[in-house]
Design a protein around this ligand. Sequence first.
Ligand SMILES: Nc1ncnc2c1ncn2[C@@H]1O[C@H](COP(=O)(O)OP(=O)(O)OP(=O)(O)O)[C@@H](O)[C@H]1O
Ligand SMILES: O=P(O)(O)OC[C@H]1O[C@H](OP(=O)(O)OP(=O)(O)O)[C@H](O)[C@@H]1O
Length: 214
Amino acid sequence: MKDLITIAMPKGRIFEEAADLLRQAGYELPPEFEDSRKLIIDVEEERFRFILAKPMDVPTYVEHGVADLGIAGKDVMLEEERDVYELLDLQISKCYLAVAGLPGTRMNDVAPKIATKYPNVAARYFREQGEQVEIIKLNGSIELAPLIGLSDRIVDIVSTGRTLVENGLVEYERIVDITSRLIVNPVSYRMKDERINELVERLTSVMQEGVKLR
Ligand SMILES: Nc1ncnc2c1ncn2[C@@H]1O[C@H](COP(=O)(O)OP(=O)(O)OP(=O)(O)O)[C@@H](O)[C@H]1O
Ligand SMILES: O=P(O)(O)OC[C@H]1O[C@H](OP(=O)(O)OP(=O)(O)O)[C@H](O)[C@@H]1O
């Protein structure tokens, strides 16, 4: 396909919102787009190739240039620190990163343990606070860690706050607000600037119109 643009899409909770946004920007994606198990989906009419990646891996595909564009949470960008440009704040999948733990507890004085899926973000945050901590990397169910004594605190995503409440945890510090971003490979941006800028303009006008997302 001539002028093909490859977009790395995060599988999981961002996917539908991102697909909605592209449709609202006037791109025609097939109805089965969201239901497919295929990892590469060509939409020839729009000259788009979508690759479906784990959310944390999206910046890796874009940095290596096998995807021109990608959609990734700011949490992922902060954790991965890849060599890509952020083009647009898409204002979807809003949440924030926070420090949480059991109520009324102090952190251990010596090397308190912090469980998280975001070891780089957590290490940087506590370093900036001047606190020496031990980071324990987990891949999910982070809220479990303080409940069973694996850690003093967690650093994790909060959205509605329901997971914290239902597990009897409280938020101690809010670290940073998170939304999803449109990211680009720097070389792709130079080589395919016309098509990429058109996409950015169309997405920007959808967001300015304040179209209600599903
Ligand atoms: N509870 C939430 N509410 C809103 N947005 C969230 C929430 N949890 C995560 N996010 C955002 O959505 C992105 C993708 O989250 P998702 O849970 O789909 O993937 P993941 O955390 O990598 O999960 P998995 O490892 O199970 O694939 C995160 O990077 C973050 O930006
Ligand atoms: O504030 P809330 O609305 O409750 O959302 C926050 C939860 O959502 C995410 O977990 P996810 O559902 O991705 O599961 P995970 O444990 O596999 O990371 C995050 O890690 C929190 O646990």
